[in-house]
Design a protein around this ligand. Sequence first.
Ligand code: 13P
Length: 248
Amino acid sequence: MRQKIVAGNWKMNGSLVDNEALLKGVVDGTAGLKGVVCCSPYPYLFQMQKALSGTHVAWGAQNLSQYDKGAYTGEVSASMLNDFGCSYVIIGHSERRAIFGETSVMVAEKFKAAKDAGLIPILCLGETLAERESGATFAVVGEQLEAVTGFVGVEALEDAVLAYEPVWAIGTGRTATPEQAQEVHRHLRERIAHLSAEVAGHVRILYGGSVKASNAAELFAMPDIDGGLIGGASLISGDFCEICRAAA
Ligand code: 13P
C-alpha cells in the first residue's frame, strides 16, 4: 500500500499572522494522520520550521534553484531549504513553466538538485486545455516525465512524488472527474513500469486542480491516485484538514 500524501501549495499567499492560525489549525485538525505537507513561500519557511517541528506535519518549498550556490541573484538553493528543515519541494509547477519560463531541462536539473540534497521532489505534470482537446494529453505528460527520467534515471522516482495537475483545472473550479484523472495517473504509472515495475509500484502520484473537501474522497478512491496537491483550499484550515481526512 502506498501511503497517501496531501500537500498544500500556498502559492504566493500568506502573512506571519495568517500563517500562524493556519498552521495551528492544520496541526490540530490532522492529528493522527500521516502524509500531511504544507508548502509555503520562502520567507515563511522559518515560521513553518518553528511551528511544525516535532509535529506530524511536514513542510516544504514551492521551487528551488538548480544551482548549488553563487552569483544567482534572487535564487534559493536546496541546502538553504535543508537549513529550514524542508522535507519536500514542488518542482515544475505549471505556473513556473508558463509564467517564469521554466523549461523541461531546468525542471530536470531542479529535480536532480532536490534529490541530491535529500529533499523529496513533488514533480508537477499536466496538459493545457488546448492540448487535451487536441488529444495530446498522454504525449504532453509523457514528455514532461521523460525529460526528468531521461536526465536522472527512473530510480530517482522511487521515493519522489509526481503530481498530475491539468492546467485547465488549476484555480478554475473545474476539477477533472475521478475517471479523467485516473486515466492519466494510470498512463503515467504504465510509462514508468516500462522502465521499472518496482518504481512504478512505489511512486506516489498526486492529483491537483480544484480539489475541494467536497470532491477529494472520490478522487482519492481511484486506484492510481495517491493523494492531492491542493492550492486554494489549502489556505483554509478546515477545508484542508477535511481533504487530509479524505486521504486517510
Ligand atoms: P487549486 O487547488 O487552487 O486549483 O490549485 C492547484 C494547484 O496548482 C496546486 O499546486
